[in-house]
Design a protein around this ligand. Structure first.
Ligand code: KIV
Ligand code: NA
Length: 274
């Protein structure tokens, strides 16, 4: 159906049919994914996926707003959520509100996402109390790659697992409508899911989460590089594009393209002026 999915509907999906979430960065891809999805995330993963950057750190607010607006134009059903990029919210709740307000106003998306657990609780409360719905993001936090030195799974040690569970409680109490749980050991993701009262959306987490998200370009096989262990590949779009380019190249070089049906005919003779 094309009845738009609301923040309230996502929150109410706790414990129900798993939420279907994917990333999108452009209008045509949003159009393709919209009907199958409950939530489309304009992730700052676009830095790596679309711009070929080495991490999400250099992604700017202007990039997020441009791609957020493009995805909103393509989404009729799914709730569109836009990531706050690194440096746009960590300074203070006021900075986070100012930049989240720009995202909501300039893209017309439904909510923003930010990374961080207990340390971001004050900011999440500040935003949610002022009309900005927040999707939280705990566990593996790619914007902390410089501090943590990598993207390995979290919660393997019991002390770290307790901290991540406390993060889940803190962002929920602060008013997040759902929580992305990334790259944590499966039993911890299941424990978080049964503990908090809002949906968990897992990525490299657990089938027991209230929903799942993947980076679309990874699951569609758009790029040729390494994909993480937690990705299932549903298509080989990159290989399809490579084959199409090769077929086109052969047709051009052999003068099989363009053919008659692709050509505009000779100009019609001018009708004599009456
Ligand atoms: O940026 C992103 O795509 C994300 C998802 C992987 C959760 O944050
Ligand atoms: Na992200």
């Amino acid at each position: 159906s094309t009845k738009p999915v609301t923040v309230a509907a996502i929150r109410a999906a706790k414990g129900g049919t798993p939420l279907v979430c994917l990333t999108a960065y452009t209008t045509p891809v949003a159009e393709a994914l919209d009907q199958a999805s409950d939530l489309l995330l304009v992730g700052d993963s676009l830095g790596m996926v679309v711009y070929g950057l080495p991490s999400t750190i250099p992604v700017t607010l202007d990039m997020m707003i441009a791609h957020g607006a493009a995805v909103v134009r393509g989404a009729k059903r799914a709730l569109v959520v836009v990531d706050l990029p690194f440096g746009s919210y960590q300074e203070s709740p006021a900075q986070a509100f100012r930049n989240a307000a720009r995202i909501l106003a300039e893209t017309r998306c439904g909510a923003v996402k930010l990374e961080g657990g207990a340390v971001m609780a004050e900011t999440i409360a500040f935003l949610t109390q002022r009309g900005v719905p927040v999707l939280a993001h705990i566990g593996l936090q790619p914007q902390s790659v410089n501090a943590l030195g990598g993207y390995s799974a979290r919660g393997k040690l019991s002390a770290e697992a307790e901290t991540i569970l406390a993060d889940a409680r803190a962002v929920t109490d602060a008013g997040a409508f759902a929580v992305v749980v990334e790259g944590v050991v499966a039993p911890l993701a299941a424990r978080i899911t049964e503990t908090i009262r809002v949906p968990t959306i897992g990525i490299g987490a657990s089938a027991e989460c209230d929903g799942q998200i993947l980076v679309t370009d990874d699951m569609m096989g758009v790029t040729f590089g390494h994909v993480p262990k937690f990705v299932r590949k549903y298509a080989e779009v990159g290989a399809t594009m490579k084959a199409a380019a090769e077929a086109y190249a052969a047709d051009v070089r052999e003068r099989r393209f363009p053919a008659e049906e692709h050509l505009y005919g000779a100009p019609k003779p001018k009708i004599a002026a009456g």
